[in-house]
Design a binder for this molecule. Structure first.
Ligand code: FES
Ligand code: FES
Length: 183
């Protein structure tokens, strides 16, 4: 039986009526219409469907949408702000870290999850973290270079400012204000 679920995606609240076994990937793409998150392998291996839920990188093809109710979800559509690309998006463009675009949203989201946790990872940490995202066309070096460009502030140097703006947007959601009044 379907139930009403509030999904907080990129700072917006979406009320969707879904089956309890609806995958987050399909809820995002088909119920909400955010098609930037891609479906690759469908079995949790390729990373194309990566999104950030409550600060953690998850494969949306393995995650039930109901389990994400009222948790902040970030998809690729939520990264650009104020008419400007996110530094990671800019870096992927500048360093040629993309071709077909099926894997690219997941690559960028994975890199964001890493830099949110650790803004200055080592080269080894970046390589290891990004190894969960597969790409069949561009090779991995340009992707690695793009991520390292952000780590080394070779793009805009404003990664942390962009993260703070996004956190402020999430905290300003009405649902959070309502929760803080009742607790
Ligand atoms: S589509 Fe989810 S990991 Fe490949
Ligand atoms: S650019 Fe990644 S699979 Fe093509």
């Amino acid at each position: 039986m379907k139930r009403q679920v509030a999904l907080l995606v990129n700072g917006e609240e979406y009320d969707v009526e879904i089956e309890p076994n609806r995958l987050l990937l399909h809820a995002l793409r088909e119920d909400i219409g955010l098609t930037g998150t891609k479906e690759g392998c469908s079995i949790g291996v390729c990373g194309a469907c990566s999104v950030i839920v409550d600060g953690r990188l998850v494969s949306s093809c393995l995650t039930l949408a109901v389990a994400c109710e009222r948790k902040p979800i970030t998809t690729i559509e939520g990264l650009a702000a104020d008419g400007k690309l996110h530094p990671l998006q800019q870096a992927f463009l500048e360093y040629g870290g993309l071709q077909c675009g099926i894997c690219t949203p997941g690559q960028i989201i994975a890199a964001k999850a890493l830099l949110d946790e650790n803004p200055r990872p080592s080269e080894e940490e970046v390589r290891e973290w990004m190894s969960g995202n597969l790409c069949r066309c561009t090779g991995y070096y340009k992707i690695f270079e793009a991520v390292m460009a952000v780590v080394n502030n070779k793009i805009t140097g404003e990664y942390l400012a962009s993260r703070k703006r996004q956190e402020a947007k999430i905290q300003s959601l009405d649902v959070y204000k309502a929760e803080s009044k009742t607790t």
